[in-house]
Write a protein that binds this ligand. Structure first.
Ligand SMILES: *Cc1c(COP(=O)(O)O)cnc(C)c1O
Length: 437
């Protein structure tokens, strides 16, 4: 890959990696190449492009220079070798896994998952004949493996309980069975954790969250390294139509076969292309990633500790707190902090949560995370409302649980808003009830 600057530190890479001044105009910032297609000089040029004999652009669904600059930067930031940028995080997960799985295959996924991923596996993949099991206990990664298991999937930090994946341990089980570990790194971002360095084989992101950061655009990414040998996967070792009868492994080698097939056959055929304009917005966000995530994580930890000491609060789920079940894993894998999203459970249950949500003035009521603005949502009545009550309780989604995503506002202002909302969340006094009645 060109323009990789692996000798530089993260803060430098996030503003420079993958982007050069435009060779034609001298524009310093990667231009927004809003174009459907790219011109062929003549008959022979068109033939050579389609034959893959030169690596220029053909059509934006297959590749675009604005998106490609973001792909190069993300690959560097994740410590990977290749990246594919797509339109959303859901598209990234779909494309990454359909590059591995087919009918009759089995997926082993962590039980603590983004609801959109869970639904994708159960409803959409289920109809394609891909079976899924969800892992509750760490020992189940080994116990639930089947001969047909073709991938492991988990989130590095899973919300709303802030569960941190023991990456090296789960990767070891996956590799013992010859299957890749796919990790959704949305909540950690490569600033807090680079899963490829701890045994993951494929990383996926919702770039709509911290990577973009501004909450203005959706995006998704798939990043791969070169540590996994894909020659155990039939669709990559059998002769491929689009490669004139050569296999992906023969053409690109056992390490890069997966990403080339996923880009060339899965992403480009399913077509969840990111707009070059949104790719540009993701790029703008990436340039301040470390500054934002460091500050948001620091503020989140401060607020989590403050909330835990409040009388209205039963529990706070942030892995930086020493009573959190993932605290030891977080100390081992997340030296820069355990992220800016956590949950807080109110003593007064659903009624208190409702009063709290209605009382916030600075926090925004919204289903999103990793935004520069602080956000609050009540999962039991929104993101997890379609689950049964016993399912929610088994997942620790109590009636009084609220998810907070901490933004870049002044911590003292956020604290003041939380304080007044906590006061408002208390059960109304008798006299007030009387007054209302
Ligand atoms: C938001 C999110 C997704 C889905 O991303 P979209 O960009 O909204 O499609 C996937 N995984 C996690 C952990 C997320 O937070």
């Amino acid at each position: 890959m060109t323009h990789v600057r692996n000798r530089h530190s993260f803060a430098t890479q996030q503003v420079h990696a993958g982007a050069e001044p435009d060779p034609v105009t001298g524009a310093r910032v990667t231009p927004v190449h809003l174009t459907a297609g790219f011109v062929f000089d003549d008959f022979e040029h068109a033939r050579a492009r389609f034959a893959g004999e030169d690596d220029g652009y053909v059509y934006t669904r297959i590749g675009n220079p604005t998106s490609a600059a973001v792909e190069r930067r993300l690959a560097v930031l994740e410590g990977g070798t290749d990246a594919i940028l797509v339109g959303t995080g859901q598209a990234a997960i779909t494309v990454a896994l359909l590059g591995i799985l087919g009918a009759g295959d089995h997926l082993l996924a962590a039980a603590d998952l983004y609801e959109g991923s869970r639904g994708l596996f159960l409803d959409n993949f289920g109809r394609l004949g891909i079976e899924v099991d969800f892992v509750e206990e760490s020992a189940d990664w080994e116990r639930l493996v089947r001969p047909t298991t073709r991938a492991f999937f988990a989130e590095s930090i899973a919300n709303p309980k802030d569960t941190v994946l023991d990456l090296p341990a789960v990767a070891a089980v996956a590799h013992r069975h010859g299957v890749p570990l796919v990790v959704d790194n949305t909540f950690a971002t490569p600033y807090l954790l680079r899963p490829l360095e701890h045994g993951a084989d494929v990383v996926v992101h919702s770039a709509s969250k911290f990577l973009a950061g501004h909450g203005a655009a959706l995006g998704g990414a798939i990043v791969t390294g070169d540590g996994f040998d894909w020659s155990g996967f039939g669709h990559l070792t059998e002769p491929a139509n689009v490669l004139a009868g050569v296999s992906w492994v023969q053409r690109y080698g056992p390490q890069r076969a997966y990403v080339e097939h996923t880009r060339g056959v899965v992403a480009s055929r399913l077509g969840p292309t990111i707009s070059p304009f949104n790719a540009f917005l993701v790029q703008q966000g990436l340039e301040t990633l470390s500054l934002r995530v460091a500050r948001q994580t620091q503020t989140a930890e401060q607020l989590a500790r403050w909330l835990r000491a409040r009388p209205e609060v039963v529990s706070v789920d942030h892995a930086a707190l020493d009573d959190h079940p993932s605290h030891d894993v977080a100390r081992r894998l997340l030296p820069r902090g355990a992220g800016a999203v956590f949950s807080v459970t109110l003593e007064g249950g659903r009624a208190a949560a409702q009063r709290f949500v209605d009382a916030v003035e600075l926090f925004t009521r919204m289903t999103h995370v990793g935004d520069v603005r602080s956000l609050v949502i009540h999962p039991a009545s929104t993101t997890h409302a379609h689950r049964t009550e016993p399912e929610r309780l088994a997942a620790g989604i109590w009636p009084g649980l609220l998810r907070l995503s901490i933004g870049l506002e002044e911590p003292a202002d956020l604290l003041a808003d939380l304080e007044q909302a906590l006061v408002a969340s208390r059960a109304p006094h008798r006299s007030e009830q009387g007054a209302v009645a």
